[in-house]
Design a protein around this ligand. Structure first.
Ligand code: SAH
Ligand code: MG
Length: 196
């Protein structure tokens, strides 16, 4: 059963093991969005240990989540957590690289929270699985505030490259006429793209 104690344990595990799960502000917004818009079928890219998938499932009894994770250790931890929460029947966990996964089903909401440099590829890989008027939400658009700063020369080359990629993705969303995108300063920054 999903309990406050179980939620706390997942958060503690994430902290100790450096697993970047959603912030409290981010998850609060996401759950509210799901409730308000009566979202039932969700695709998540980036399960980690199952925290956000389980929280989303907890919003209502008829919500289903398909979620993809490529890291074995996190995938195994997610399986454990999903069982503990009693959501084995409602969360479909796929152990694979999301860039190679092709899906048939349609989803009301696609939540992208995986490798930040690949956001556009995830978006383009799964947008055909979005229902009409569906929503794609992307997490970590601010990347700890780095995206809106001057690129600091003291940042590592990889980090600078990552910030550049997130900025490119932001422009891609802004210029994409098929979606109306709103950028929110919630959690670590979220982009909410509603299909027109
Ligand atoms: N949504 C989770 C946190 C996900 S952290 C939560 O809030 O609880 C991001 C995860 O995406 C990491 O575990 C990482 O292994 C995974 N990931 C990154 N790139 C991926 C890819 N191409 N395919 C599948 N998983 C990926
Ligand atoms: Mg995130």
């Amino acid at each position: 059963m999903l309990s406050n104690d179980m939620i706390k344990k997942m958060k503690d595990y994430a902290k100790v093991n450096n697993v970047p799960i959603m912030t409290d502000g981010g998850i609060r917004y996401l759950l509210k969005y799901i409730k308000k818009n009566n979202v039932k079928n969700i695709l998540e890219v980036g399960t980690a240990i199952g925290y956000s998938a389980i929280m989303m499932c907890g919003v209502a009894d008829d919500i289903k989540v398909t979620t993809i994770e490529r890291d074995e250790k996190r995938y195994l931890e997610a399986i454990k957590n999903i069982k503990k929460a009693g959501f084995e029947d409602r969360i479909h966990l796929i152990y694979n690289d999301a860039l190679t996964v092709r899906l048939e089903d349609e989803y009301d909401l696609i939540f992208i929270d995986a490798a930040k440099a690949q956001n556009r590829k995830f978006f383009e890989n799964f947008e055909s699985n979005l229902v009409e008027n569906g929503t794609i939400i992307t997490d970590n658009m601010n990347f700890h505030g780095l995206v809106n700063q001057d690129i600091d020369v003291s940042l590592s080359r990889n980090l600078r490259q990552l910030v550049r990629k997130i900025r490119e993705y932001r422009s891609f969303l802004q210029e994409n006429d098929k979606y109306e995108t709103e950028f929110l300063d919630i959690g670590d920054g979220m982009a909410v793209s509603v299909k027109k």
